[in-house]
Design a binder for this molecule. Structure first.
Ligand code: NAG
Ligand code: NAG
Length: 350
């Protein structure tokens, strides 16, 4: 009898201890995925809120455990390298703000872009500003890259580093934070180009033929290569897998292909406002399409064949009649650029 009682007491004590431990563990688990309120710098939340003039869903992450592919947004990711006065100058707001998506380690690629299509002073008569948007390198490389990036930024003043891990599945965060930067520091830019780094860009065609500086204002303008009649891939083995928990419908609305699209500054502000109200998926180009759909908008077709999503063999005259070619490696870009810039070649009139 005594023995049984002792067992019972031990059992009770043990279960209390275990229960407590379990509670602690659950508590930590919940903590790790939900930022506690006092971690959010309130002034930056207010800033975003002011800019967008919308209530943020800032507490949602405290009450739900989202799908692992759902991105944490809105969230005040800090700008770690920043150039608040990038768009200021005696000549006023830029005509075109280039937001170039790069990864922290892409040092050589960024330099090639500065010397080729990213050159701000190439296109006379319009103000162009360029920023490279990047996240944080993997923790293992943080230290080495930090110094390098600071030095690169001191020299060129064109890095916008945002405080989230730089991964493919976080790409939408990169784009949205680039757009938030524009809303906060460059809200009067006429147009914004979202562009990946592995492209060839023809700034002259983009500015003169696609954007047309002397044309009428187009507040809801967005163009690029338009994908239509596409839908989610449901097999997890694929790069572009989309779980039904994040997106239930069978089709995607029309959207501009991610390698490069251009939109009016006023549309950026509207897209950001809508983005606060949707589940943010990692397919950044589809996500922008979803925002457009919410507003009852669709992308506007560009001049035929001017945005190419796959590489095309270089030909001087052909490349002068298009805006963007995707899938051009660095060496190729530098090589193409030399010939592209030569002025003594005669092309048939388009
Ligand atoms: C940018 O273009 C201007 C004008 O063509 C040129 O003088 C300058 O050297 C270029 N800058 C770079 C970094 O290549
Ligand atoms: C995205 O960035 C956040 C913040 O740094 C990080 O916790 C998360 O693991 C990243 N997500 C993916 C899918 O890489």
């Amino acid at each position: 009898m005594k023995l049984i009682r002792r067992h019972l007491i031990w059992g009770a004590l043990l279960s209390i201890a275990f229960g407590g431990l379990l509670l602690l563990m659950v508590g930590q688990f919940v903590d790790s995925r939900t930022p506690s309120l006092d971690l959010i710098p309130l002034d930056s939340v207010e800033l975003i809120e002011d800019t967008l003039n919308l209530p943020l869903r800032k507490f949602e992450w405290q009450v739900q455990t989202p799908h692992p592919l759902q991105l944490k947004y809105p969230y005040p990711y800090p700008f770690l390298l920043n150039h608040p006065d990038k768009c200021e100058g005696p000549r006023g707001a830029p005509f075109l703000l280039m937001l170039v998506m790069t990864q922290p380690q892409d040092v050589g690629r960024r330099q090639a872009i500065r010397e080729t299509w990213g050159n701000e002073t190439l296109e006379l008569g319009v103000i162009i500003r360029r920023l490279f948007v990047l996240g944080l390198p993997p923790p293992l490389f943080t230290k080495e890259l930090h110094e390098l990036l600071q030095e690169e930024d001191r020299e060129h003043g064109d890095l916008l580093q945002v405080g989230f891990l730089d991964t493919y599945r976080n790409l939408t965060l990169k784009v949205l934070m680039g757009l938030e930067w524009m809303a906060q520091y460059c809200p009067d830019a006429r147009y914004v180009l979202k562009v990946d780094s592995d492209v060839f860009l023809n700034p002259s065609f983009l500015v003169q033929q696609v954007l047309q500086p002397n044309g009428p204002p187009r507040p809801d303008f967005i163009t690029g290569y338009i994908y239509k009649n596409t839908g989610p891939i449901r097999s997890p083995d694929y790069k572009w897998y989309m779980p039904p928990e994040l997106y239930l419908q069978d089709t995607y609305p029309p959207y501009c292909g991610g390698p490069g699209y251009v939109l009016s500054g006023s549309l950026v502000l509207r897209i950001l406002a809508v983005a606060q109200t949707l589940k943010v998926i990692y397919l950044e180009d589809v996500f922008v399409g979803l925002c457009l759909q919410q507003m009852g908008l669709e992308p506007i077709p560009p001049p035929p064949g001017s945005f190419l999503m796959f590489p095309l063999a270089y030909e001087h005259c052909v490349y002068h009649q298009l805006a963007l070619v995707h899938g051009i490696q660095t060496q190729k870009l530098l090589q193409i650029w030399q010939d592209f810039q030569t002025v003594n070649k005669i092309c048939p009139k388009a």
